[in-house]
Design a protein around this ligand. Structure first.
Ligand code: RB5
Length: 148
């Protein structure tokens, strides 16, 4: 499984830990940057990761920024993306079971390495439960993309 990974400068260091965890767990990683700690704009990297997952060149994505909020808001603007901000391993499990999230987002400033590793483990191990959750997930694009 190919996993797209991206961040901003605030998530850069944690991104390297995430990549290491993914590789140790035998996932193929596509690092979409940034490649140093210089200040960058998180939407640029969220879009890259979002588009690679939406187009299917990567199967899942992981995004990080200071809070995880900016990357999740941005990635969710890409059609077909369901990006979930996981604050703990339980969120990660439910993001798969109930929301079938195809991108998981983390706060590099407020979530520690162990929590992120356990969250990744849970997210990959969990399965979408379908049923009523499928009905709800199927409503996201048509209901929520209507202009107000
Ligand atoms: C960068 O300082 C910070 O604003 C960014 O990483 C993120 O937290 C935005 O949501």
């Amino acid at each position: 499984m190919k996993i797209a990974v991206g961040s901003d400068h605030a998530g850069y260091e944690m991104k390297n830990h995430v990549i290491q965890w993914l590789q140790e767990n035998r996932y193929e990683v596509v690092d979409m940057g940034p490649f140093n700690e210089e200040s960058v704009d998180y939407p640029d990297f969220a879009r890259k990761v979002g588009e690679s997952v939406a187009e299917g060149s990567c199967q899942q994505g992981v995004l990080l920024c200071g809070t995880g909020i900016g990357v999740s808001i941005s990635a969710n603007k890409v059609k077909g993306i369901r990006a979930a901000l996981a604050c703990n391993p339980e969120f990660a499990t439910l993001a798969r079971q109930h929301n079938n999230a195809n991108i998981i987002c983390f706060s590099a400033r407020f979530t520690d390495r162990e929590t992120i590793a356990k969250s990744l483990q849970n997210w990959f191990a969990a399965e979408f439960e379908g049923g009523r959750h499928e009905r709800r997930v199927n409503k996201i694009e048509p209901c929520c993309s209507k202009s107000v």
